[in-house]
Design a binder for this molecule. Structure first.
Ligand code: MSP
Length: 667
C-alpha cells in the first residue's frame, strides 16, 4: 500500500554571513514537524535550501572582491553545516544556483510569457542611483529615497510584468473557500484586507540593472525577479518540468510552506497566482510564524549581539536549544529570546522535571530490584490518575501538532512529566522499600514510573533528536523495537517485562545560572538578553520592509573569535597615497584607484563610489592591505584593499592624521 505523503518546506535562506538563532527557528520547527510525520508513518519530503541571486549578493561579492558564486558557495557550506549541528533532517537541499533550478525557472518564465501571463512593458518609477532601487511615488519620503534620503530621478526601464491583477478574484475566492490555506487566521485576514481586497497591480518580474540572476532565456539582458526565481524552488526541487518529474507527481501540492510572517504575502499572493497561471494545484497551507525578538522588541543586525546557534548548541546541547525554541514561543506569535529564560528552561524543565525523573527512577529500580522490575506486582487505585493522564497525552500531542502548536504540545508532555513526579511523592517508594511485605506494590510503582517515562521519551522525539535514545539506554529499551514505536504510547503497559535499567550520566546537567549568565554576557556582550537579528539578506527592490535596528555594532567578540598578535601580523597594512581615481564603467558602486606605496604603485578597485567623488580622493593618505591576494573585479585587477569604516548607509575612509610617507607600515 502506498504511504500517505507529506511535503513540508522552509523558506530558502539568503546566504547572509551568519545565520542566527532566529533563522534556526523556522528550520527547527519544520524539522520537528517532519520528524513527527515520519513517526506517524508518512512518506515525508522535507525541503530547505538557499536563495542566492540578487543585487545585494552581487554587491557583497564585489565588496569582497570575489565572484557572486564564490561568495555564496562559501556561505552555503556554513548553512549546511549549521543544519547538521541543529540535527535537521531535510530530504533535499536546493540552491537557486543549481543548474536544474535555473533551467526550470527559465521554462516557467517562457511558458508564462508565451501564454500572455508575462508581457513586456515600461517600468516607470523613481530611481535612486546610489541604492539602485526603484520606488513608487507613495513610497518616497518627502520626495526622496526612503532608504538613503537622497534625490531620486524619474526613470523608465523596459521590463517584463506578470499579470497578477488577473488572478485577484480567483485568489480571494480560494482564500475565502479554504480557511486552512493561510494560518494563523490573523495572517489570513491581513492578506485579504490589506492586500487583496484593495486590488492587485501587475508586478515587474525582470531586472536589467544587475546581472546576478537567472537570465530570461529569450531576452538575456533581463534577469528574472528574485521572488519568481525563489518561490519556484518549491516545485523545481521536485523535478517540475524536467525529464523526471516523479517527485513532483508524488509530493505536490505541498502540505505546508512554513514561513516567517514577513514573507507570508509573497507565499499567499504571488506564489498561488503563479501556480494558477501554470495550471498547477496550490499548496494546501502556508503557515506564517512569528519572530524571535530581543527584549524591548528591538532586533539587531549588528554582529556583536547576534545569537549564534552554534555557540549555544556547543554549550547546552542541541536538544536543549531545540526545546527552548519550540517551547518558549507559541508558534505564530512573536517571542523574546533571552539567555536567562533559556537557562531557566534548561534547569527547571529539562534538568529538574525530566532529567531528575529519569535518574531517580533508574536509581530506585537499581537499588530496590537490582535493575530489573519483578513481574509479580500489585496495582492500586491511586495509580489510575497517573495512567489516564499519561495515556491521554499522545492524543493531545497529535491534535496540537496537527495545528502547529509546538509549544502547547510540549506543555502537554510536561504535564505528564509533572504528574509522574507527583506520583513519586504520592507513593513514597522509599517508605515502601522499608518493608519486604510491600515488595509487589513497590514493583508496581517502579513499573508505572518506567512506563510513564517510556511514553514521554517517545513523544519528545520530534523535538529532541538525542534525548530519547539516552533515556532508552537507561531504561534498557532498544531503539526501533516495538516498545519505542509511536503508536505504542497509546496503550499502557508497553515497557517490556524483564528490561534491565542501567544508570547513566544525568541527561541534562543543572546549570549554575549566575556563572553561566556572566559567561554568556561576555560572549555576546549584551547582558542577559542577547540580540537576534532578522536575517541580513536585506530588503530588495519590492521586498517588504523589515524593522531595522539603528544601534551601532557593539563590536563585542566571542572568546572563540579572538585573533592572536601573530594573526594580525600576517596583514601587511600600509599607508598609501591616492594618485588617481576614476569611476568603473557600468558599476555604480566602484572606483578604480591608483595608489602609491613607497616607490611602488598599485591599482585597487574599491566599492566607495557612492561616498566619494573621484577628484576628492586624489592626494589623500589612506590605509591599505598590501598583501591581499589580487582579484579581478569587473575584469579589472585589484591589488589590495583600502580600509573604511561603515555604519548603516554611511562610510568613511580610514586615513592617517598627519603627513607620513606613503609605504609606512601600519601596526
Ligand atoms: N530568501 C527569503 C525566502 C524566500 S522563500 C521562497 C528569506 N530569507 S531569510 O534568510 O531572510 O529568512 C529565512 C527565514 O528565517 C524566514 O522564514 C524568516 O522569517 C526567518 N527568520 C529570520 N529571522 C527571524 C527571527 N528573528 N525570528 C524568526 N524567524 C526569522 O526571507
Amino acid at each position: 500500500m502506498n504511504r500517505k505523503t507529506f511535503y513540508i518546506t522552509t523558506p530558502i535562506y539568503y546566504p547572509s554571513d551568519k545565520l542566527h538563532i532566529g533563522h534556526s527557528y523556522t528550520t527547527v520547527a519544520a524539522d520537528a514537524m517532519a520528524r513527527y510525520k515520519r513517526l506517524k508513518g508518512f512518506d515525508v519530503m522535507f525541503l530547505t535550501g538557499t536563495d542566492e541571486h540578487g543585487q545585494k549578493i552581487q554587491r557583497k561579492a564585489e565588496e569582497k572582491g570575489v565572484t557572486p558564486k564564490q561568495y555564496v558557495d562559501d556561505i552555503v557550506k556554513g548553512i549546511k553545516e549549521l543544519w547538521k549541528i541543529m540535527k535537521i533532517t531535510n530530504d533535499k537541499f536546493i540552491r537557486t544556483t543549481d543548474k536544474y533550478h535555473e533551467e526550470t525557472v527559465q521554462k516557467i518564465f517562457k511558458k508564462l510569457y508565451d501564454q500572455g501571463d508575462i508581457y513586456k512593458s515600461q517600468y516607470e518609477g523613481w530611481y535612486c542611483t546610489p541604492c539602485e532601487s526603484f520606488w513608487t511615488e507613495t513610497q518616497l519620503v518627502d520626495g526622496k529615497c526612503p532608504d538613503c534620503g537622497r534625490e531620486v530621478e524619474l526613470t523608465r526601464e523596459e521590463s517584463y510584468f506578470f499579470r497578477l491583477s488577473k488572478y485577484q478574484d480567483r485568489l480571494i475566492k480560494h482564500i475565502e473557500e479554504h480557511p486552512e490555506f493561510i494560518q494563523p487566521v490573523s495572517r489570513r485576514n491581513e492578506m485579504l484586507n490589506n492586500f487583496l481586497r484593495p486590488g492587485l497591480e501587475d508586478i515587474c518580474v525582470s531586472r536589467t540593472t544587475f546581472n546576478w540572476g537567472i537570465p530570461v532565456s529569450f531576452d538575456e539582458k533581463h534577469v528574472v525577479y528574485v521572488w519568481i526565481d525563489a518561490l519556484s524552488n518549491y516545485i523545481t526541487a521536485l523535478g517540475y518540468m524536467s525529464d523526471d518529474d516523479s517527485d513532483y507527481r508524488k509530493y505536490w501540492p505541498a502540505d505546508v510552506h512554513l514561513v516567517g510572517k514577513e514573507i507570508v504575502r509573497f507565499h499567499t499572493i504571488i506564489w498561488p497566482a503563479m501556480l494558477m497561471a501554470l495550471g498547477e494545484p496550490l499548496p494546501k497551507q502556508v503557515f506564517g510564524h512569528g519572530w524571535l525578538l530581543l527584549e524591548g522588541g528591538k532586533m539587531s543586525k549588528s554582529k556583536g549581539n547576534v545569537v549564534d546557534p552554534v555557540v549555544l548548541v556547543n554549550k547546552y546541547g542541541v536538544d536543549a536549544i531545540r526545546y527552548y525554541l519550540l517551547r518558549e514561543v507559541p508558534f505564530g506569535s512573536d517571542g523574546i529570546f533571552s539567555n536567562e529564560a533559556l537557562i531557566n528552561r534548561i534547569n527547571s524543565d529539562l534538568a529538574n522535571d525530566l532529567g531528575n525523573l529519569v535518574s531517580r527512577t533508574v536509581a530506585m529500580i537499581d537499588k530496590y530490584f537490582g535493575g530489573v522490575i519483578p513481574e509479580d506486582r500489585q496495582a492500586d487505585a491511586i495509580d489510575e490518575d497517573l495512567k489516564s493522564i499519561v495515556i491521554e497525552t499522545p492524543h493531545k500531542v497529535e491534535k496540537l501538532m496537527d495545528e502547529f502548536q509546538f509549544s502547547l504540545a510540549l506543555s502537554e508532555i510536561w504535564k505528564a512529566i509533572s504528574r509522574t513526579n507527583k506520583y513519586i511523592d504520592e507513593t513514597m517508594p522509599w517508605v515502601l522499600a522499608k518493608d519486604e511485605a510491600n515488595r509487589t506494590r513497590l514493583a508496581e510503582v517502579m513499573y508505572n514510573l518506567a512506563e510513564s517515562i517510556r511514553i514521554v521519551s517517545i513523544l519528545i522525539q520530534p523535538f529532541m533528536p538525542e534525548t530519547p535514545e539516552k533515556i532508552w539506554n537507561q531504561l534498557g529499551l532498544t531503539a526501533g523495537s516495538e516498545a519505542t514505536e509511536w503508536e505504542s504510547t497509546k496503550s499502557w503497559g508497553g515497557y517490556p517485562a524483564g528490561s534491565r535499567v542501567s544508570k547513566g550520566q544525568p541527561i541534562f546537567p543543572r546549570i549554575d545560572v549566575k556563572k553561566e549568565l556572566e559567561e554568556l554576557e561576555k560572549m555576546t556582550g549584551v547582558g542577559d538578553t542577547a540580540g537576534v537579528s532578522r536575517g541580513n539578506g536585506g530588503s530588495r527592490h519590492g521586498d517588504p520592509e523589515i524593522p531595522k535596528d539603528k544601534k551601532a555594532d557593539s563590536g563585542a567578540q566571542s572568546a572563540e573569535e579572538y585573533v592572536t598578535i601573530e594573526d594580525f601580523g600576517k596583514l601587511d597594512l600600509r599607508v598609501a597615497r591616492v594618485l588617481d581615481a576614476e569611476k568603473v564603467e557600468g558599476a555604480d558602486k566602484l572606483l578604480k584607484l591608483k595608489l602609491e606605496i613607497g616607490n611602488q604603485t598599485r591599482q585597487v578597485v574599491s566599492g566607495i563610489a557612492e561616498y566619494y567623488a573621484p577628484q576628492d580622493l586624489i592626494g589623500k593618505y589612506v590605509v591599505m592591505i598590501a598583501n591581499l591576494k589580487p582579484v579581478k573585479i569587473r575584469g579589472i585587477e585589484s591589488q589590495g584593499m583600502i580600509l573604511a569604516a561603515s555604519h548603516d548607509k554611511d562610510l568613511a575612509l580610514v586615513t592617517v592624521d598627519k603627513g607620513i610617507v606613503s609605504g609606512s607600515k601600519v601596526r
